[in-house]
Ligand binder design. Structure first.
Ligand code: BDR
Ligand code: CA
Length: 311
């Protein structure tokens, strides 16, 4: 199995991503690291523990990481995810302790302890923890197998500003460090993830699953759908973050190009933009596989099949 660390700011779509990973034998989740993003860290780490407890996989450790971006105040997204970040269903207090170690220490120590090139990082929130690890321990860059992240947008552009996607916008300095790290990157931007819209039949099939995880997914996506319906008039909730996990399991469901992507940190209107050289008009070297399209039905069939395996 592919060893992964999920770095996350749950988030209903983060929650589905985590469940998808925990239900998939192709992946070995070494740990889950929480970061401030959709809501402050105290909530994201608690939400992460609730999700892991829900999955029954309480042996998977959860760590708390950075509580603010590298050099900016935190911007949150309660307008999308609700006050707790995981609104939609009331979950019991998590039966899972937070690990005492800082998430960044866990990331660094795990990468040093595991054989070189065997651990994939899967960031689905702002990149603060990952950038901090790379800054503190530059030796880990060569040890990371690859980074498969949800973030950015190019043709579809922004969901938090006209030019920027939330995860990159919250900590563009961190994103710049990650995109300049030389680690192979796979980027799932809004261009792809806005194709990953739930539909009624899928949500009702989740709700009808016999365990507790399926109905939780249905309640989360129902809550999450409101924002996109009001904002974009689209039907369905975009399951952004599960795309990153799904790429690891079924890369054949996705298509993109190996291109250069730079992060705007200074723009008057474009801070946090992922400037993607899709048409290769520069000679800047490619640093990312930038995903543009996905097989929507294949993706949802995969998520159904996997979440049905959970308690
Ligand atoms: C990203 O921002 C968050 O609100 C979601 O969880 C996802 O990671 C989408 O822009
Ligand atoms: Ca997220």
């Amino acid at each position: 199995a592919d060893k992964i660390i999920i770095d996350t700011d749950p988030g209903q779509d983060d929650a589905v991503a985590i469940l998808l990973a925990l239900a998939s034998p192709e992946l070995e989740v070494l740990g889950i690291t929480a970061v401030a993003g959709n809501v402050p860290l105290a909530l994201t780490e608690r939400n992460a523990r609730q999700i892991v407890a829900l999955s029954g996989r309480t042996e998977v450790p959860v760590f708390a990481g950075c509580d603010a971006p590298l050099s900016r105040p935190l911007v949150t997204a309660e307008h999308v995810h609700g006050k707790t970040g995981l609104d939609g269903i009331a979950l019991p207090a998590p039966r899972l302790q937070l690990q005492p170690r800082h998430a960044v220490d866990f990331i660094v120590e795990t990468l040093r302890a595991q054989p070189e090139g065997t651990v994939t990082l899967v960031p689905i929130g702002p990149l603060t923890n990952i950038a901090t690890a790379l800054q503190r321990a530059p030796d880990i860059a060569a040890r990371i197998r690859r980074i498969v992240l949800m973030g950015g947008a190019y043709f579809e552009v922004g969901n938090i500003t006209p030019a920027a996607e939330f995860n990159i916008y919250v900590d563009p300095e961190a994103a710049r460090i990650v995109f300049a790290s030389g680690v192979p990157l796979v980027v799932l931007p809004l261009d792809a993830t806005h194709q990953a819209l739930t539909d009624r039949a899928w949500v009702e099939a989740m709700r009808a699953l016999p365990g507790r995880c399926g109905p939780a997914v249905a309640s989360w996506t129902d809550f999450f759908e409101r924002f996109d319906r009001e904002k974009y008039g689209s039907l369905g909730a975009p399951l952004h973050d599960p795309c990153a996990v799904a790429w690891l399991i079924r890369p054949d469901l996705f298509e993109g190009r190996q291109i250069n992507v730079e992060i705007e940190t200074q723009g008057e209107f474009t801070t946090g933009m992922t400037v993607a050289d899709w048409w290769r008009v520069t000679d800047r070297p490619a640093n990312a596989l930038f995903i543009r399209n996905l097989d929507r039905d294949g993706l949802f069939a995969l998520m159904h099949e996997r979440i049905a395996r959970l308690p």
